[in-house]
Design a protein around this ligand. Sequence first.
Ligand code: FMN
Length: 310
Amino acid sequence: MKFSPVTIRGGLTITRPVISAAGCVGWGDVLRDLISPTALGAIVTPTVTISERIGSTGSRTAETPAGLLYNTGLPNPGMTRFLDEVLPLLAQYGAPIIVSLAASNPQDWSALAAALEDSPDVAALEANLCGLPQANGSTDSPTLQEYLVTAVRSIRRACSKSLLVKLPPDHFNTADLCRKAELEGADAIVTGQSLRAASMRWSGDQPSLRFGEEGGRYSGPAIKPISLLQAQLAAGASTLPIIAGGGIMTPQDAIDFFAAGADVIAVGTLCLVSPNAINTLNDEVAAILQKIPGDDFRALCLTKRPRAAG
Ligand SMILES: Cc1cc2nc3c(=O)[nH]c(=O)nc-3n(C[C@H](O)[C@H](O)[C@H](O)COP(=O)(O)O)c2cc1C
């Protein structure tokens, strides 16, 4: 079987199975010399907010035996400088650019989306529901659905490009959030966000939580089983294309996610640990698919589901 291009309502077409997850190939500068421009089916930017954010001070990453604990604080230049200074760099890759966004109120979601509507270099928008707390509360259940609705409605009002909604890594809400996102006009679901997590640091006999009481976020191989279930739950609940990530480190991991219902695969931590692996991952995924009898990779999906037209 083979991968066939995934067309997402609103204009985004992904012609190769693997894309980069938000934030993991940076702003087009650091990894430019390591990652081949043609290696990825699309690039998702780090999350952009209305105003510049400096991000976390001090060390931002800590390795654990099976995953990466990180706390970036969403450093970004703000939307105006992103458009002027960063987007031209990213456009040189030649891959479709998906801009990750976060806001804490409807006005900011709309303003971010409106700023991108006329940019020919931007293929799609991705709403990061774990990016910023809401202005009037936390992103925790039970207000999560309201937060999602606010984000999708506000973006939809201001921009007609493909809108991807990146869910929090929460199995209890996944099916409901998928249905809500689809109902409100989202065009694709993204699964596999990193999880809140902590690690302990010892200075002599004094323990302290790395990254403070809020902890950090956890990504990499340790989260694959959790993300795989979320992808499967999303595929069962939505007719929209599913872009699934979370712990994908090998070509076989990617195939596992196709079986769970993914249409496209997103890799994050792998880009940081082994950028060279990205350069060959799409070809390796294609080679495994080729050995499986059948026509289209979607036949691997364990959940037989209707799919929205692109
Ligand atoms: C260093 C780093 C930065 C990240 N930045 C963002 C970001 O800006 N926005 C976002 O939605 N996710 C961000 N993520 C989460 C990834 O997009 C991805 O969902 C997560 O890492 C799980 O996938 P993985 O196990 O393949 O890394 C970041 C992850 C890492 C490791």
